[in-house]
Design a protein around this ligand. Structure first.
Ligand SMILES: [Zn+2]
Length: 578
């Protein structure tokens, strides 16, 4: 037999009979496929016998004791006879040529997984819940997946309308039955890691008849999804960066505080938002009310989603340590006496740096390496409390005299970004522009300080303005600098620091091919949801007091210096105005 269509159901969907009928009426040769319905903890409905009599293809109904969706799908997979398994669901309606399209894809791409879009049906319950699902899912299929279809998309198995060789799915261990939710995403991720690639079939569309109420969508289901995502991350730490779990600590501090307050006081928020959403649902024909209602559903969804995630982690602290860390990255350049005509943030005096380090130490901040941050980002390896990453740009030789021994004294490390063609020479990129000339670290210095625990990153070969270069020149700056650092000083670095903090999409994309992290000069803090090739940093200057440092390191911005800058600008415009 060529193909088996497998549907698992707990028998509650009113649409089930129609969903089954669509599968029985496929235009595929009837002796070439079968339909298997696995009922999870319920009896065979009366209409099944009538459908079986009418069906031209083989239709089998299996009644299982209640063991969850994954166990039912696995049962269907094992009982099936088809070479190809196509998964559908009990609330999905499919066109007559769906199986044809999947079989065609299977023959064209054997050994791969094929999937098509699931768009919200017009027959869905008319409510804001349906509209919310339509906005989220349909957009995902029509935009996100379509753009990424060439390389495949490992989360597509999170949905029905997916097909693959049945033998291959069974060999891969089938669905993990301990996963109540996200068992399909988990399997998809496992298959992806095994090297299976996914083919997107934009024309193999099915429609999803939404019957969920707002309360179920934004309450129970959201909570279970939060739990499911955490479990998925525990099993596949590589999945961490693709989840929405990091979203709780992403963005402006005020937003983060509000989000956290809402999650903490979920019951209270629910008491206000629940009747307000119902009212918005009743008045959804008014555009502004509809928009407000959809936003309220999102808030309620996130509230329950994070509560589920926190429950799965065991405590708020565990959740924070695992998913909501925010890393400040401080940027120093040269530590030494400022020279006349120097750029104001280029030098910080020895005594000022000493004040900063002493303050960090006293307040319990722990300096970490970029490798520690990567290990947390990629696999959740725990970080010490209050982590901070210290970076020193350009690799000034003077730093080896005062700054590095001082960092060592406090038990801190720093990531120094070296311009590899200029090691042992001077900062020509600045001095050519009329700024003072300083000696840079030699390869021998880099080797010595790497042996003493300091970390190094590439800062390109020649400190150019990368966005102004051709793709080939950018690639050379990225690749050759990493190789030179390795060859000259025996240091293999996995981080890159953009010269002048300048980058664009192309430069970022190239950096991601040669490194695992790249640092900008964009202010802010870093978290799980941020782009690892657009790491934010906080530039430290000679004028920064411990209070300035506190603002930067906890808020990701310094409102005092921002106000200063605004005032200065205001006075200067007044001066010119008069
Ligand atoms: Zn630089």
């Amino acid at each position: 037999m060529k193909a088996s269509i497998i549907i698992a159901s707990n028998g509650r969907r009113t649409i089930l009979q129609r969903a089954i009928r669509c599968t029985l009426e496929q235009s595929f040769p009837p002796d070439g496929y079968e339909v298997i319905l696995v009922l999870d903890g319920c009896k065979e409905p009366d209409w099944c016998e009538a459908e079986r009599q009418k069906a031209r293809c083989h239709f089998e109904v299996i009644c299982e004791p209640k063991r969850g969706q994954a166990a039912s799908i696995n049962k269907g997979l094992r009982s099936a006879n088809g070479e190809l398994a196509l998964f559908l669901d009990d609330d999905i309606l499919c066109p007559p040529d769906l199986l044809f399209k999947h079989v065609e894809a299977y023959e064209r791409h054997p050994g791969q997984l094929a999937f098509g879009p699931i768009l919200t049906s017009e027959e869905s319950r008319a409510s804001l819940a349906t509209e919310w699902i339509r906005n989220r899912n349909d957009t995902w299929f029509l935009e996100t997946v379509h753009e990424n279809s060439e390389c495949g998309w490992c989360f597509s198995f999170a949905n029905p309308n997916t097909s693959a060789s049945r033998a291959l799915l069974l060999e891969s261990g089938a669905l993990d039955e301990s996963f109540w939710r996200y068992n399909d995403t988990e399997f998809g991720f496992r298959l992806w890691k095994k090297g299976l690639r996914f083919v997107y079939l934009p024309d193999a569309t099915v429609s999803h008849v939404v019957t969920e109420s707002i309360a179920d969508l934004a309450g129970k289901h959201a909570y279970e999804e939060g739990r499911g995502e955490v479990r998925l991350c525990h099993k596949h730490p590589e999945y961490r960066r693709f989840t929405t779990l990091g979203g709780l600590s992403h963005g402006r501090t005020l937003k983060i505080v509000l989000r956290r307050m809402m999650v903490s006081a979920c019951a209270l928020a629910e008491a206000v938002l629940s009747p307000a959403t119902l009212m918005a649902n009743a008045l959804r024909s008014i555009p502004s009310v509809r928009r407000a209602g959809l936003r309220m559903i999102s808030w309620r969804y996130l509230c329950h989603f994070y509560r589920g995630a926190i429950a799965e982690c065991g405590s708020w602290k565990n959740f924070h340590d695992e998913f909501a860390q925010r890393l400040p990255v401080l940027t120093y350049h040269r530590v030494g006496q400022a020279e006349p005509g120097e750029w104001h943030a280029l030098s910080v005096s020895k005594s000022r740096m000493q004040t900063h380090l002493a303050w960090l130490k006293r307040n319990g901040w722990n300096s970490i390496t970029s490798s520690q941050w990567l290990a947390w980002l990629e696999s959740g390896t725990p970080l010490p409390p209050k982590p901070v990453l210290i970076t020193c740009d350009d690799g000034y030789a003077e730093n080896t005299v005062d700054a590095f021994p001082m960092l060592q004294k406090y038990g801190f490390v720093a990531l120094t970004a070296v311009v590899t063609d200029r090691m042992g020479q001077t900062n020509e990129w600045d001095s050519n522009a009329g700024l003072p000339r300083f000696q840079l670290m030699s390869a021998e210095d880099v080797r010595t300080w790497a042996a003493n625990g300091m970390e190094f990153a590439s800062h390109s070969c020649s400190h150019p303005h990368l966005p102004e270069l051709s793709d080939a020149e950018v690639a050379k700056e990225l690749a050759v600098s990493r190789a030179s650092l390795n060859a000259a000083a025996g240091v293999d670095c996995n981080s890159f620091v953009y010269p002048y903090g300048e980058y664009n999409d192309q430069v970022c994309d190239q950096a991601s091919r040669h490194y695992r992290l790249a640092f900008t000069l964009d202010p802010g803090l870093n978290g799980l949801a941020g782009n690892p090739f657009r790491m934010r940093r906080l530039t430290v200057s000679q004028n920064d007091t411990p209070l300035d440092l506190w603002f930067s390191i906890t808020l990701g911005r310094n409102p005092i210096s921002a106000a200063h800058r605004k005032l200065r600008r205001w006075f200067s415009t007044r001066d010119t105005g008069f």
